[in-house]
Ligand binder design. Structure first.
Ligand code: MG
Length: 218
């Protein structure tokens, strides 16, 4: 079982499932050659893929193209199903900055064959998160900037308000498809600028006022 660190809390909480949104920024959908989706595109990562800021991302030997994707992460504080907007807002307990590490070569191959992306997204260390800031300690406005740099060079930089589906809409939609449980994490999609990282690279990511994340690729 993996744990989640929370700012100003003396204990960690167990991580549930990790639900991810794909293609949630128009410019990123374009850079991968996709249409703008009408509904959120969902996929899952196992909680075993989770590591915390400061731990190493281990480059799998079965891929030659691992990409960074920086994302706003939502922590769910209460189990829900079929939530309306009000309840969807209430169950978001906090926010973090996260990385949805992706094996782009495998993902492209799997997509071409019409197969699930699972192995390109679920490897150990493929989900990285910062400490969570609770909603009671910070109110997200979506005017915050999300950014990522590799070896000190900025690769991704965007305002959160460029998300196609906003956090409340995402929670409402997911809850219409499956039960979302306390401790689940939702990765809300990445802005444009995704790219390759190699062993030896250092990744820094930040969401203004929300948190910072740091990891090395080994
Ligand atoms: Mg992603």
């Amino acid at each position: 079982m993996k744990n989640i660190k929370i700012k100003n809390l003396p204990f960690q909480i167990p991580a549930g499932k990790i639900i991810c949104i794909g293609r949630n920024y128009a410019e990123h959908a374009k850079e991968l050659g996709h249409e703008i989706p009408e509904k959120p595109v969902l996929f899952l990562k196992p909680s075993s893929s989770l590591i915390q800021s400061g731990e190493d991302v281990i480059h799998p030997s079965f891929s030659n193209e691992m990409h960074h994707e920086v994302e706003l992460v939502l922590l769910i504080g209460k189990t829900i199903k079929d939530a309306d907007k009000k309840l969807a807002e209430d169950v978001i307990a906090g926010y973090a900055v996260g990385l949805d590490m992706t094996l782009r070569d495998l993902q492209n191959e799997l997509k071409k064959k019409g197969n699930p992306w699972t192995v390109s997204k679920c490897f150990d260390t493929s989900a990285v998160i910062s400490e969570v800031i609770l909603k009671k300690d910070y109110t997200l406005t979506l005017d915050e900037e999300i950014s990522l740099s590799v070896n000190g060079t900025v690769r991704q930089k965007e305002k959160l308000n460029k998300m196609i589906f906003k956090p409340v809409e995402i929670v409402e939609y997911i809850s219409s498809m499956m039960t979302i449980e306390e401790g689940d994490l939702i990765f809300t999609g990445t802005p444009a600028g995704v790219g390759k990282v190699n062993r030896g690279d250092t990744i820094n990511a930040e969401i203004e006022n929300v948190g910072k994340l740091h990891c090395n690729v080994i």
